[in-house]
Design a protein around this ligand. Sequence first.
Ligand code: SF4
Length: 304
Amino acid sequence: MHLTLHLTRACNLRCDYCYAPPQDGAPMSFAIGRQALELGSRLNSGSCGIVFFGGEPLLCKGLIRDLVACGHELERYRAGRFHFKVTTNGMLLDEEFLEFALREEVFVALSFDGTQAAHDAHRRTAGGAGTFETLLPRLRLLLSARPYSSVMIVVNPDTAAHLTESVEFLLEEGARYLILSLNHAAPWTEYEKLAQRYVAWTRAGRKFYLSPFEVKLSSHINRHCYHKDRCELGRRQLSVDPAGCSTRVCNLSKAARPAVGASGTSPREWTRRRGSGSTRNRSKRNPSAVSAPCGCAATTPAAA
Ligand code: SF4
């Protein structure tokens, strides 16, 4: 079981494609974070991935430091290791934090959309200003220390046309590990047009195979066969919000809001749920249990 800890819902940017717009509210407490680490260490005898996420997690640098120290303390008397990662927009990335990340082996993943035109088109401050000029030195700082840090590019319909240019730009800046994520909520008009034609052709009785539509349909019809391609939430991956609850995402039912530690579901209960068979069977036995009815890939949020 790997854990994504949403340390805060606050963010210092206002990207227009953000699927979880910044909100007020208290950040995660150390106690909740520690309970999540303990849960992770109980559920994993080998390695346990911990992702510090947000909002913007570097708004909580002190908490990250404390939780990493806590994780190392747990490693001393429990089997297994933690692998820490922070996914950041980079606005607060500085030499001091990077030095800490290098020393403590915290992997840093940075969201950066490519050329200035592509990046500033969507990744902006609350005042609407582009962030490319601010972030480029931080990107260079990160890559000079760790060239294989993940650089995450969100691709939108308007930036897709210049994607090659953006990738080339990042490679020239020294990036070696690039992750492209489509903004699925954007209006991809050609894709929608094709989907409508797919329906019309199918209804007209035409015989053909056209992926990815066929794959998506098959994964819904044969959920038990396609489980490896489907969302891992609740089985191998758990998302914990600042209050210690499993984060509500598109494929968690409203009733499924188990909490970490004393405020809700115990580690034993999580173990029981995890080991209770396939997603399909679990849903039959307990409709309110964590399930993945839509089959989407929401396990790795697109951006920080
Ligand atoms: S996409 Fe990430 S950086 Fe941008 S507003 Fe949302 S949380 Fe903040």
